[in-house]
Design a protein around this ligand. Sequence first.
Ligand SMILES: [Mg+2]
Length: 268
Amino acid sequence: MNLSDKKLWIFDVDNTLVHEIEDPVVYEDAKSLVDELRKRGKTLAVLTNTGRLSAHQIHTTLERAGFPFEESKVFSAGAAAAAYIHNRSPGARCFVISEGGARDDFIARGLEVVNNPPVDYVAVGADRGMTFQELNFAAKMLHGGAKLVCISGSRDYPGKYLGVRDIFIGELSIVKALEDATGVKATIVGKPLPEICEETVRTLGFAPSEAVIVGDNPNSDIAGGNAAGLTTVLIRRDPNKIVPFEAGGLDTTPTLTVASLEEVIDLL
Ligand SMILES: [Mg+2]
């Protein structure tokens, strides 16, 4: 296999570039590949399903870890959800259940983040400080006609919060409670939604055939990349750190599977 004609390389973050964004220990093989791609003048981007940190925060964390991605080329689930809503309803009033990152992404996109009616969209990301009142208010707004968006779609995920490393209940589990309470079905905006990969590639000015996505997760990175027409590279990492997502029947077979990203350098 020869990947020398690929111009855009999109990387997943957690369990691909670093162990996890809240504990950003670098994978050295990822560093080697990114450095080699940069030397060869390739365009480098990041597409992560994290919504609890903003694109700006993710950029800063990766930069400190030694990954020189430009901030404009860092795409988070929060930013993707904001773009999804903006494309359908510019300036929409959004009630956002999420840790701060997604709120910042929504505001940056020109959406109105509100805590009072009327509400056009209820958007739910991972939130380890959520209250019953917030959940109940969200349900009331959904009963009143608001649409429901899930920022990414993990049932649970590993992380570190208030000094404690643990597995935490994710945004999809919160959304399931709202769906059950209201009968409103959510749209999940994050990998593997093909629109997210397509939009990232288009925004950066490339065609899907020119792009590669590299990630650890068949159900998100590979399924989304395949459905959007990208070349997909699966890196085998710690299986205990693969966050559970639903592939929704998409093809999860990677174009290429490697045990180290240094194997990819030989194909450039
Ligand atoms: Mg990952």
